[in-house]
Design a protein around this ligand. Structure first.
Ligand SMILES: [Zn+2]
Length: 421
C-alpha cells in the first residue's frame, strides 16, 4: 500500500540555508557501524549529499563543524498520547482554576522539549479534544518548533468499559456500517492513520484483554476502509485471540502484543507480512512497579505478568525478524528515549534499539521514504549528540549532551544553540 503523507503537509517550510555538517561520526541507519569523518550537505530541508572524510564543502554553504560528534537520524516516538502525557499544572487551593486555553501553552512547551531531546516525529495514538491538532497547526504557522505530529484523531472502539474510563478519547462504533463511518470521521478530522481497540486494555478493570472486542466483519471493514483511502491501521492488541485477528486482517502496527512469544507462528506471519510490533515496555514496567500505589491490585498483578511476557516477546520478535518500533506510551513526552533504554535492558543491542527508534518507527508510520535514515533525498530531521549512543545509549536521554537538532533542515534546538552570556 502506498503510504499517505498528510503529516508532512504540516511540516515547517524548508530553510533556504545550505548547511555543511562537517566532521561527523555518522550513524546513518544503513551501515552497521559508524562512518568516521563524514560530512552531510543539507539544502531545501533535505539531505543532498553524504560525503566521506576529506571532501570539501560545495560553494556557498554555511559550515558547522561537528568535531567528531555523532550525527544520526532524528528519533521517532511511535506510541504516544500527546494530548494527555504532559505534566499539567495543579493550582493550589485559593489560586484561580486553569483557564480554557492555558493547557495549549503547556503542551507547546512540552513539544519544544520533545524536539530538544532529539525526538523529531511523534505518533499520537489517542488524545482527548483538539489540543493535538491545534498544536500541530500552530507549528505549521511557525508559532514554535516541535516534532512532526501524526495523529489518529479518536480511537475507534466497540462500545465497552474503556469508552467510559477514557471518555472523549474513543469513538465507539458498533456494526460494520458504524465502524466504516467512524473511520471516515477520523479522516474528515485530519487523522494520519486509524487506531482501533482490537482487545480490551490492561488499564481498565472491567475489560477482559483476551477476546477480540470487535467481530471479524467489523475489523475487516475498518481495515478495508482505511487502506482503500491510503491510511495505515494501528491496533491495540493484548490477548492472543484479538492479536491474531488483527494480524490476519492486515493491521499495519500491533501495539503492546506482549503475549506473542506464545505464538511463534504469528510472529513469523508478522515478519512475512511486514507488520510492525510496538512493544511499549515503559508503560508496562511503570504500571507493574512505580505506579503500583495508584492502580488496583488486580491490574498491578496483571501488569507484573505482562512485563515478563513482554520481555519474552521482545526477544522472540527480534529472533523472528519482526520490525520493531519505539513507543513510550508514558509521560512526560520529553522522556520518551527512556523506552530505548528499556528495549536494551530487555534484550536488544544498542544498535537494534536505535534502529527501532529510527528506521523501524519510520516504517511503522509509513514515513520510511521521508525519514529514519541519513541518506540523500530524506528530510533533514537530524540529531547530533556529544557521545556515542552505541557504547553509551544513555547519551540520548541526557539533555546536556543533545548538541543540535535539525527539523527539515533548520537548527531548532540543542545545547550548542544555548550558549550562555
Ligand atoms: Zn497507549
Amino acid at each position: 500500500m502506498p503510504p499517505r503523507l498528510p503529516a508532512l503537509i504540516a511540516d515547517p517550510p524548508p530553510s533556504d540555508d545550505r548547511l555543511w555538517l562537517a566532521n561527523a561520526r555518522l550513524l546513518d541507519g544503513i551501515a552497521p557501524s559508524p562512518i568516521e569523518g563524514a560530512s552531510v550537505l543539507v539544502e531545501d530541508g533535505r539531505i543532498a549529499l553524504v560525503a566521506r572524510a576529506g571532501e570539501a564543502p560545495p560553494e556557498g554553504c554555511r559550515t558547522i563543524d561537528l568535531a567528531g560528534r555523532t550525527l544520526l537520524p532524528g528519533l521517532t516516538d511511535a506510541h504516544s498520547h500527546v494530548g494527555l502525557a504532559f505534566e499539567k499544572p495543579v493550582p493550589l487551593s485559593g489560586a484561580e482554576t486553569l483557564l480554557p486555553g492555558t493547557l495549549a501553552h503547556v503542551l507547546a512547551a512540552e513539544l519544544r522539549e520533545v524536539v530538544r531531546m532529539g525526538i523529531t516525529t511523534v505518533r499520537d495514538v489517542g488524545s482527548i479534544g483538539d489540543i493535538v491538532v491545534e498544536a500541530r497547526q500552530a507549528m505549521r504557522y511557525g508559532a514554535f518548533s516541535g516534532p512532526r505530529v501524526l495523529t489518529c484523531g479518536r480511537i475507534v472502539s466497540p462500545t465497552g468499559p474503556g469508552g467510559r474510563f477514557f471518555a472523549g478519547m474513543y469513538r465507539e462504533a458498533d456494526g460494520v456500517d458504524d465502524v466504516r463511518r467512524a473511520v471516515r470521521e477520523q479522516l474528515r478530522y485530519g487523522a494520519d492513520f486509524v487506531k482501533v481497540m482490537t482487545t480490551g486494555a490492561r488499564t481498565v478493570e472491567l475489560e477482559d484483554p483476551d477476546p477480540p472486542q470487535l467481530t471479524r466483519d467489523e475489523l475487516t471493514a475498518l481495515v478495508e476502509e482505511a487502506h482503500r483511502m491510503g491510511y495505515r491501521v494501528c491496533a491495540h492488541c493484548e490477548g492472543l485471540p484479538g492479536t491474531e485477528l488483527a494480524i490476519e486482517e492486515g493491521v499495519d502496527t500491533i501495539e503492546h502484543g506482549m503475549y506473542l512469544n506464545q505464538r511463534p507462528d504469528l510472529l513469523e506471519r508478522m515478519a512475512a507480512n511486514g507488520q510492525t510490533l510496538v512493544p511499549t515496555l515503559s508503560f508496562l514496567i511503570g504500571l507493574a512497579e512505580a505506579r503500583s500505589a495508584t492502580w488496583t491490585p488486580l491490574l498491578v498483578e496483571l501488569g507484573r505478568h505482562n512485563v515478563e511476557q513482554a520481555q519474552l516477546t521482545l526477544v522472540a520478535a527480534r529472533e523472528a525478524g519482526v520490525t520493531l518500533a519505539m513507543g513510550y506510551d508514558s509521560s512526560p513526552l520529553r522522556t520518551a528515549t527512556n523506552e530505548l533504554l528499556a528495549l536494551i535492558d530487555f534484550g536488544l543491542t544498542a544498535g537494534e534499539a536505535l534502529a527501532a527508534a529510527t528506521t523501524g518507527s519510520a516504517y511503522a508510520l509509513g514515513l520510511d521514504d521521508a525519514i529514519g535514515t541519513v541518506e540523500p533525498g530524506k528530510l533533514a530531521d537530524l540529531l547530533v549528540v556529544d557521545g556515542d549512543p552505541l557504547s553509551e545509549p544513555g547519551v540520548l536521554c541526557d539533555r546536556a549532551r543533545i548538541w543540535l537538532v535539525l527539523r527539515v533542515g533548520t537548527a531548532v534546538a540543542g545545547s550548542s544553540l544555548e550558549t550562555s552570556l
